[in-house]
Design a protein around this ligand. Sequence first.
Ligand SMILES: [Zn+2]
Length: 453
Amino acid sequence: MPDLPLTLYRAAWVLPVCAAPIRDGAVLVGTDGRIAAVGPRLAIEPPEGVVIEELGPVALMPGLVNVHAHPELAMYRGALEDLNFRDWILRLVGSKRAALTEADFHAAARWTMVEAVRSGITTLAATESSGASAAVLCESGLRGVVYQEVFGPDPAQADESIAGLRAAVDGLRAYECDRVMIGVSPHAPYTVSDALFSATADFALAEGLPMAVHASESRIEQMLVQAGEGDFAPGLRARGIDTPPRGRTTVEMLDRLGVLRARPLLIHCVLLDADDIRRVADTGSAVAHCPVANARLGHGLAPYPEMIEANVRVGLGTDSVGSNNRLDLLEEARIASILHRARVARPDVLSPADLLKLVTIDGARALGLDGTIGTLEPGKAADLCAVSLAAPHVQPVHDPLAAVFHAARGCDVVMTVVDGRVLYRDGQLSTLDPAGLEPLLADAARRLREVMT
Ligand SMILES: [Zn+2]
């Protein structure tokens, strides 16, 4: 990486996460893209040759970590409204196959990265079948993990599916770097056989690949796992695939199949019981909590306070815009807080200080990146975002944390920095061009509508 200018960012508030908010704070970013100093502005003497950036009335904090998204699916925003889950999945999978091309997935991944950068997201965990996000993470300058999906509900397909997964991962390895990790994702219990789950876990462990699985998301998934019944069962049986009971719960099934040995990121975990939470905690597995998507699809609310009580690593994810419609982690955090307070009828659950951790260091921990990012402290990568506190809907500011998490929105982000490199500042993107992408996304959306009507 070329040397960056030594830069001193000064802000009305600095939120280090690992320390209390600093009024009139400053962050010094070295030429290596790492944080060199954090403190009150008066305590950080500007070194010789430094570029001083006066950011004014903003909260400067670590970049946001979105632990679950599907960047290749940006064209699905608003396309799958109000459907039951089986129809939602079938329409998504069918239309994707019938109408979309690799070029569409690349355009969608770029579009998602534009949204991410504009809303302060600096690390994005992408779960997808095309792998498009690997190239786009590289070109955009964002940090992320690309979990290559693998499918195959028929146990007889397992060898073929694993061969395809190996080839796809080999292809994506060209994009691996300090910022971009490649992983694997056996999609979900209703699309992956026991044999394929076990084989993917063996592959991930042998190759040292991170792994993500959609797990315990819906009642119909649970009915399939517990009893081989429910909305998913007839379709599988019509394809000649047996649907025997596979476990008391999805988490118990994944444990039995050896999947939890790979300490996967378990996406959703809406229907975990106490035994499941213990298994997730004991194996050191992590959870991607996606409260908006889970609520919008009518699945419910994951037991976040209980998971935290058990010391489970939990990060926050938006999921795809086909289920959430927004890729706004500040909004996701606010809604998480509101939903959990409503569920347990307590006003002290998920305080703004908790939300700050959830979208930064907790997300980093869930992805195994907490040694590199997630807090503002010397030696860590300079992944930053600045949230403006100036807008009428944010003022007045009594407490910067409450202002950021309960008044501001993703569109109030005015600067996004990864590894010390400015990717977004005051409406200007430095690495991505949304104007060229708009017609491509619109065309993909038009073809989707044609096959879905
Ligand atoms: Zn998902």
